[in-house]
Ligand binder design. Structure first.
Ligand code: KIV
Length: 290
């Protein structure tokens, strides 16, 4: 039996040993919306590493291994070059570091669009290699057949409508979507198509608020907003954005911390102490035993 996604707490830095927690499931996430209402909004954050997952896990219903890791971790210009290998490896790390949240892994560009069969093969590979519980894919009505194909074959799918970053070359940028009637109606009908196809949740990204409200009212599964509306059934942010790792972030991001300045300050202090031969000090230096 494969143990590739077991965490060995005796050899890793998973300290203290995590408390025993029962992991949430996709049906439990789906069931949070009853008769069109979600009493307690769903909390989702991106995670790309085991340690990050450990820190976020207890606070989140869903950890998303987003293909935004292309930009955030790898410094790529967009999500287009992200590979299956990157997604599988980071998703496996996040599964190893979490015990409570449902882990959802993004399907990278080019791994699912050609046919439902291609999507099934890619999604099955991602789930087998990582231990994640579900995949997310971008696109609306054009992806409905694929969403149905996957979910009827044991692969839960989270949809993603509105601003879909993998379509940057078609959209021409990352501006908010749905600013004219045609586009607004298309986003709503895309979300309805995914819902009817069996998506267990739908990310609604970068849309004007009335569209997010309309989608949330019209679909039976939970919506998870990013740059959308507080009226969605849940919210997601890129963790590094909300931690303040980057100077430039979209307007919809709220910075809850300023981690970049903490890191810069620590690095500057370390460098000064190395230059002054003040580090390592006595406490960090081994001496021969008497
Ligand atoms: O890749 C990602 O991080 C995402 C979220 C922003 C929803 O798709």
């Amino acid at each position: 039996m494969s143990t590739t996604f077991q965490l060995d707490t005796s050899t890793s830095r998973a300290n203290p040993t995590p408390q025993v927690m029962k992991r949430l499931t996709v049906p439990k996430i789906r069931a949070r919306k009853v008769d069109g209402k979600t009493e307690t909004p769903l909390v989702m954050l991106t995670a790309y590493t085991a340690r990050q997952a450990q820190l976020l896990d207890a606070h989140c219903d869903i950890l998303l291994v987003g293909d935004s890791l292309g930009q955030v971790i790898y410094g790529l210009p967009s999500t287009i070059p992200v590979t299956m290998e990157m997604m599988a490896n980071h998703a496996a790390a996040v599964v190893r570091g979490s015990y409570h949240a449902v882990v959802v892994v993004d399907m990278p560009f080019g791994s699912y669009e050609a046919s439902p069969q291609q999507a099934f093969n890619s999604a099955a590979t991602l789930l087998k290699q990582s231990g994640a519980a579900a995949v997310k894919l971008e696109g609306g009505a054009a992806m409905a057949e694929t969403v149905a194909f996957l979910s009827q074959r044991g692969i839960p799918v989270m949809g993603h409508v509105g601003l879909t970053p993998q379509a940057v070359n078609v959209l021409g940028g990352y501006a908010a979507r749905g600013r004219n009637d045609y586009e607004a109606a298309k986003i709503v009908s895309d979300a309805c198509a995914l819902d009817q196809a069996g998506a267990f949740a739908i990310v609604v990204e970068g849309v004007v608020e009335p569209i997010a409200i309309d989608v949330t009212r019209q679909v039976s599964c939970p919506t998870i907003g990013i740059g959308a509306s507080a009226q969605c059934d849940g919210q997601v942010l890129v963790t590094e954005d909300m931690l303040g790792m980057f100077e430039r972030v979209p307007r919809f991001v709220k910075r809850y911390e300023n981690i970049a300045s903490v890191i810069e300050k620590a690095a500057a202090t370390y460098a000064a102490e190395v230059h002054a031969r003040a580090f390592p000090g006595d406490e960090q230096t081994y001496q021969p035993k008497d």
